[in-house]
Design a protein around this ligand. Structure first.
Ligand code: ZN
Length: 125
């Protein structure tokens, strides 16, 4: 492993939770990330016509029948993705502040009152 260049862990794939240091590429979205492996898997799912929903009423992932073990495993993944998105939001708010953004502007961008934005993010300011 000596020839593998160490990459600092910045974020993890929101789908498989692997950090950027363990994947080839990690693509950033708004508070979420997807790795090259999950993009490949998603492309296979999309290309597989048998998995494409033709129903007028698509099924939400939580409405799919699954075991308690599978649901419990999903809880951890959903919580980890949510925590990463929340950390990312705080970083983006700090960036807005560093660029001179006011709490009023940040609150407006987030659809909340200036006071609510300040209460939620000022501790990290
Ligand atoms: Zn992934």
């Amino acid at each position: 492993m000596a020839d593998v260049k160490e990459k600092p862990a910045i974020a993890s794939c929101s789908f498989c939770r692997k950090p950027n240091s363990e994947v080839e590429k990690l693509v950033a979205g708004p508070g979420v990330f997807i790795c090259d492996g999950c993009v490949t898997l998603a492309a296979r799912v999309i290309a597989d016509a048998s998995t494409v929903s033709t129903s007028d009423s698509p099924v939400a992932p939580w409405d799919v029948e699954m075991s308690l073990d599978a649901v419990l495993a999903t809880l951890g993944s959903v919580a980890a993705a949510g925590e990463q998105a929340e950390r990312n939001l705080a970083i983006w708010v700090a960036k807005a502040r560093s660029l001179g953004g006011t709490w009023s502007q940040i609150g407006q961008a987030l659809g909340m009152a200036r006071q609510s934005a300040w209460e939620r993010f000022a501790a990290e300011d």
